[in-house]
Write a protein that binds this ligand. Structure first.
Ligand code: FES
Length: 219
């Protein structure tokens, strides 16, 4: 809703399609607000409800599995013309199916964004058994953060008054993305970094635990 409201208001050329899965019509969160947005924006927002229970509100009955996602996106012409950005958000199983559908259509991961509302599976494990020194380069200054066993770099920085950026704290938004300049970390999975970001040395401070002395830079 935030993405739709913001971009529809700011950019008259913006078009948004939402494929929205719910159990039943009564379970559709923002149903009326979405209908109002659709009415306000004259074709720039299209919403298709995929419901598990048959209803006049449903564009399709079923679950948002791979097949249904592709059928809905094809119905919207999502793979025709200029390549759009895809945003995927919801339960993990659905997200995996949606991502597999997009990957099957060769959507590059640079055009795919995801938002997860789950804790990384190994957030409670990993890291070193000893405290580790992490130098945090922030606004041109170096801050020494001592990360005790069990803590993430972000948690230790917050404890020690180092003002690193963050938002979700569970690996889902990339607000805490930093570049690992030296050293090794245990990076909690799943997280929202794409393969190119990982290859370029980026980590997420909120789900990373140092395995030895490290230097990270907030860009
Ligand atoms: S704060 Fe959101 S990914 Fe780290």
């Amino acid at each position: 809703m935030s993405i739709a409201r913001t971009h529809l208001a700011r950019d008259p050329a913006m078009k948004i399609d939402l494929v929205y899965g719910s159990r039943s019509e009564a379970d559709i969160i923002f149903k009326d607000a979405l209908a109002e947005l659709v009415a306000e924006h004259d074709g720039r927002l299209r919403v298709r409800h995929v419901l598990e229970e048959a209803s006049p509100a449903a564009s399709r009955v079923g679950r948002l599995d791979r097949e249904t996602v592709l059928a809905e996106l094809d119905a919207l012409g999502a793979f025709e013309g200029e390549a759009p950005m895809f945003f995927v958000c919801g339960p993990l199983g659905m997200m995996d199916e949606a991502k597999a559908a997009l990957e099957g259509r060769k959507v590059p991961h640079t055009r795919l964004k995801e938002e997860r509302f789950v804790s990384p599976v190994d957030s409670a494990t990993g890291g070193s058994d000893e405290p580790q020194n992490v130098d945090v380069l922030l606004h041109g200054e170096k801050h020494l953060v001592v990360v005790k066993p069990g803590l993430t770099i972000l948690e230790a920085a917050q404890d020690q008054g180092v003002d690193m950026p963050f938002s979700c704290t569970v690996g889902g938004c990339a607000s805490c993305r930093v570049r690992l300049k030296s050293g090794k970390v245990s990076l909690g999975e799943p997280n929202c970094l794409d393969p190119d970001e990982k290859a370029d040395g980026y980590i997420l401070a909120c789900v990373s635990k140092p395995l030895g002395p490290c230097v990270v830079e907030v860009e």
